[in-house]
Ligand binder design. Structure first.
Ligand code: NAD
Ligand code: DAU
Length: 327
């Protein structure tokens, strides 16, 4: 297949491209926001710099492709709480533009990368694909709007579109605004570890390569018009995640600092991946203890990757968001 992969200069998309590039022809469209980096992509993968909401560039890069895989997003909940505009533009206008172009150019297959956050928080049990969408942050509300546009296009125009909803990913090349890389880098530097509220929130951790294998399985064999959950094998409270990072990266528990909670903070996410397992045979292969060890090792060995980030835009963001400077 010839694949157009959007947003692949970011964390998950670049992992996906690495997974598929030897078997498929890949072209990447990415706007290169603060989270998108050319260096994340292998050298032999062509990158077109542009936005998914731009009708001209999208039609140019989509001509002749067999499938579109859309990772492009503003992906950080905290930034969406501070300012939602870019989130609405990319997730709603951008997704709609990709779908219109896919219909006009008769692209045979479209996959939307989405998130467990569209279902909202769940106190016990797990969400299935039949659970109602009940998003709570501007990030998840705009992702849910994107999902609904995908379903509407499949229903109305018969586009062969599928949706993959992943739980919290972690692994190499994740921008350090997210919990796990932020805590790893702060622990490596002996900086304080800012835990929101009581730190008892629960996330369902999924190693990024497992998510990418799930996405590719659904792209190749998922039923058109359907959504598939891709959940991690282990759930964990944030405080426990931070303690394990301290064990692996160094430092001690006195670095943990409870800070003001995220407004509207979702308490627990949990996905059932039973549909993906029973229909398409996918199962997560990397347990949390193993994936976290690999991730800490990767950050320890790759200062070339995170050094420039920690001294650039991120430093300003950190100061503004956490009200203090990085050490
Ligand atoms: P990321 O922030 O690391 O990367 C996003 C990429 O999209 C960046 O390269 C950025 O430059 C690009 N981009 C942003 N707006 C764009 C636009 N308008 N046009 C073109 N490119 C644009 O994000 P990620 O963590 O890799 O997430 C990828 C996808 O997976 C997103 O759709 C996200 O909602 C979804 N997802 C993420 C997680 C997670 O835990 N990180 C879990 C489930 C689903
Ligand atoms: O669930 C899937 C989603 O996971 C994806 O759709 C999002 O793109 C991705 O950002 C992620 O969202 P979360 O909000 O769950 O991830 P984040 O890493 O921001 O936070 C994880 C948990 O850690 C959450 O309960 C908030 C908490 N946290 C986070 C940060 C950055 C802290 O306690 N302190 C922090 O400094």
């Amino acid at each position: 297949m010839k694949l157009l992969v959007t947003g692949a200069a970011g964390f998950i998309g670049s992992t996906y491209v690495r997974l598929v590039k030897d078997e498929h022809e890949v072209v990447v469209l990415d706007k290169l926001t603060y989270a998108g980096r050319r260096e994340n992509l292998p050298d032999d993968v062509p990158l077109v710099v542009g936005a998914i909401e731009d009708p001209v560039v999208v039609r140019e890069v989509m001509e002749g492709v067999d499938a579109v895989v859309n990772f492009a997003a503003d992906s950080h909940v905290d930034r969406s709480i501070a300012d939602q505009e870019a989130f609405a533009r990319t997730h709603v206008i951008g997704t709609g533009n990709l779908l219109d172009a896919a219909r006009e150019l008769r692209v045979p297959r479209y996959l939307q990368v989405s998130t467990d956050e569209v279902y909202g928080s769940i106190a016990s049990g797990s969400f299935t694909e039949k659970s109602p969408l009940d998003p709570s942050s501007p990030y998840s509300a705009t992702k849910a709007a994107g999902d609904l546009l995908v379903s509407a296009h499949a229903h109305t125009y018969g586009i062969e579109a599928v949706i993959c909803r992943g739980s919290n990913n972690y692994g190499p090349r994740q921008y350090p605004e997210k919990l796990i890389p932020l805590m790893i880098l702060n622990a490596l530097h002996g900086d304080s570890l800012p835990v929101y509220g009581d730190g008892r929130q629960v996330r369902n951790w999924l190693f990024v390569e497992d998510f990418c294998r799930g996405i590719h399985t659904v792209l190749e064999r998922g039923r058109p018009g359907e959504a598939y959950n891709v959940g991690g094998p282990d759930e964990c409270e944030n405080l426990e995640v931070v303690s394990r990072i301290i064990e692996l990266a160094g430092g001690d528990e006195s670095l943990i600092e409870h800070v003001t909670d995220r407004p509207g903070h979702d308490r627990r996410y949990s996905l059932s991946s039973e549909k993906l397992r029973s229909e398409l045979g996918w199962e997560a292969q990397v347990r949390f203890h193993e994936g976290l060890r690999r991730t800490v090792d990767w950050y320890r060995d790759n200062e070339d990757w995170w050094g420039p980030i920690r001294s650039g835009e991120y430093r300003e963001y950190y100061e503004k968001h956490y009200g203090r400077a990085l050490g």
